[in-house]
Design a protein around this ligand. Sequence first.
Ligand code: GUN
Ligand code: ZN
Length: 434
Amino acid sequence: MNPDKNTLQAFKSSILFFTDDPDRIDPQGAFTYHEEGLLLVEQGYVKEVGPFSELAQTLPPEVEITDYTGKLIIPGFVDTHIHYPQTDIIASYGKQLLEWLEKCAFPIEGKFADPDYAGEVADFFLQELLKNGTTTAQVMCTVHQQSAEILFQKSLEKNLRLITGKTLMDCNAPEYLLDDASKGFDASLELIEKWHGLGRLSYAVTPRFAITSTESQLEKTGDLLTSRMGLYLHTHLSENRDEVGMIKTLFPWSRDYLDVYERYALVGPGTTLAHSIHLTQQETERIALSEAAISFCPSSNLFIGSGLFNLEQATSTGIAVGIGTDVGGGTSFSMLKTLAEGYKVLQLQGQSLSALKAFYLATLGGAKALGLDNKIGTLLPGREADFTVLNFNATPLIERRVSMSETLEERLFILMMLGDERSISSTHIMGTLS
Ligand code: GUN
Ligand code: ZN
């Protein structure tokens, strides 16, 4: 049974969390690790983390200790870019972005006019996130107001930290997915007023990408963004070469793709630019200056054949980068599998992704990209106690390989290369087992 939310909870386990980017400082100084640790949670927030031998003695005798010995507690994963309406078209064969949108993504998104279907998919989707250890996600909906309404409602019931919003599209897509600039504005505003800041929910103003918005819609998008404090801006940028080519035709005045969003004041802190693969050096520098973040979506970038994201260029320029599964262009809800794909994308460019960096990106790095590092992504006292319990024995192969390992870094690397949802023993939302 879950203890009452107001009682003190105690979890015994190996515990790992990051306090900094292991690439920025001495990697050993970037994280805290307790081989035999104790995590104390009070009213959903981290009270303390420390060695079991020390902390256990301070516990009142009535506190029951949940024993996860042999497992590893880490902060819940942060998925910075995913589409819930694309759950049912994950793994659709054979196309690149623009054709994939037309043949796979748009038709399924049309089904979200039906609230029963949207509700059923939202339930399944949230369950998949939790099964995969993801406790925070920035999610694209469809153009239908109720697609966002339903996801907000269900996330509120589960107390998930979710950032979402209805998609804005008013051109270059099938008629059944278009609203007009002023209807899109009004519907977004209603959703913002109802949901932004309620529980752990935040609103993301969501122009899908520049191709599916007229300039009149982009202008209203800028107005929406300043309508309340703390709103996010969630969109796609420079994912595919044909897409970048279309931008030149549709916005002939633009010096590059980013310029289209900049013209309407959409790029700044709180902005997430998913993919951002085919950037010029100038675009990279302007993103860094603006303090917008990039979502690196390696499984999608490989599956849709979009290209190889240059992580080193982005991070060395000072851009905050998080990881996105980008389901259904991405092929898995698992952040572990997504990290494995990230490793391979970087290998192909002569770059590397250490296990420490990978787990940092999937937790605190994602939280920083979303401006939430004062709330989640780490297990310092006072943070929301969202955490994932990893299992090193999920499959005979992983168990066998882990038994050959000597260091924490090796074990993390094995999990990230071979792990999937079977490696997630349990997921806790503000201390509560989900
Ligand atoms: N660009 C515009 N829409 C989409 C989408 O749904 N998925 C991906 N991967 N890229 C997009
Ligand atoms: Zn996407």
